[in-house]
Design a binder for this molecule. Structure first.
Ligand SMILES: NC(=O)c1ccc[n+]([C@@H]2O[C@H](COP(=O)([O-])OP(=O)(O)OC[C@H]3O[C@@H](n4cnc5c(N)ncnc54)[C@H](OP(=O)(O)O)[C@@H]3O)[C@@H](O)[C@H]2O)c1
Length: 216
């Protein structure tokens, strides 16, 4: 698998208590200097990949704006293809390459709608996007490095399937608490051995934040 899938680098800004956001509320955790670092990272990636809820809740552009460099391809995992035409992603898809990865659950109506937009649609998976299959399709398209920018549900799917090669987490000086907050990995880890193979490779302190870099 290592030779036929893109390298996946998970990137997230996390509160002191391990949260990356709130349900139904946009939460900004990153400082300007961290945004500059992340945007440099984006410019060196072939694609950025996010889950549907992140699009619905944050309505991000997922471009390189705080650094110089090319915009990576934006890939949204959306099993029913319900992303809104009014989202920033769709509104800018004419100028920034965009892929909507969806599943057999997509309605004819949504498939027709998306197929008529200036973006690519990949259907893979029965009830959800099959991420292993998707990575293999993306690799064949020449995508060799992906920045996985969450949210927590998608991060956990990648973790569970052993598809993450590197984790870069910025610890930001906030506490989000437990009510309606999202963990870095949203899932139940059974046993402790399975996901304990990350090695801490680098620690950086920049002003009020710490950046942790783990590799497999
Ligand atoms: N701080 C940070 O760095 C950061 C970064 C990103 C996001 N966030 C935050 O994270 C939150 C959203 O996270 P979330 O956990 O609710 O959702 P998410 O991970 O953004 O999206 C999850 C959704 O993606 C779709 N999906 C399709 N195929 C999937 C697959 N194979 N595995 C997993 N998901 C798949 C599913 O919806 P369908 O079944 O309908 O397709 C699923 O419910 C927001 O609050 C956002 O602000 C924070």
């Amino acid at each position: 698998m290592a030779n036929c899938k893109p390298i996946v680098v998970l990137s997230a800004a996390m509160s002191i208590d391990g949260k990356i956001g709130h349900r139904n509320k946009k939460t900004i955790l990153s400082s300007k200097s961290d945004k500059i670092r992340v945007h440099k990272l984006r410019s060196k990636s072939d694609a950025i990949l996010v889950g549907k809820n992140t699009i619905e809740e944050d309505d991000p552009l997922l471009t390189v704006r705080y650094a110089k460099g090319k915009n990576p391809i934006r890939i949204i995992l959306d099993s029913r293809g319900t992303i809104k035409n009014t989202s920033q992603i769709i509104k800018t898809s004419k100028n920034i390459p965009t892929i909507i990865a969806t599943s057999d659950l997509i309605s004819k109506r949504n498939l027709y709608r998306l197929n008529n937009l200036p973006l690519d649609v990949i259907i893979c998976g029965k009830k959800q996007v099959d991420i292993k299959k998707l990575l293999s399709i993306l690799f064949k398209k020449g995508i060799k490095k992906i920045l996985l920018e969450g949210g927590g549900t998608l991060n956990y799917s990648f973790l569970k399937n052993n598809l993450i090669d590197e984790v870069i987490v910025t610890i930001t000086p906030f506490v989000l608490g437990s009510e309606n907050s999202i963990n870095l990995f949203e899932g139940i880890v059974k046993g402790t051995k399975q996901f304990s193979s990350f090695k801490l490779k680098k620690v950086q302190k920049i002003k009020n934040e710490i950046i942790l870099n783990y590799k497999i």
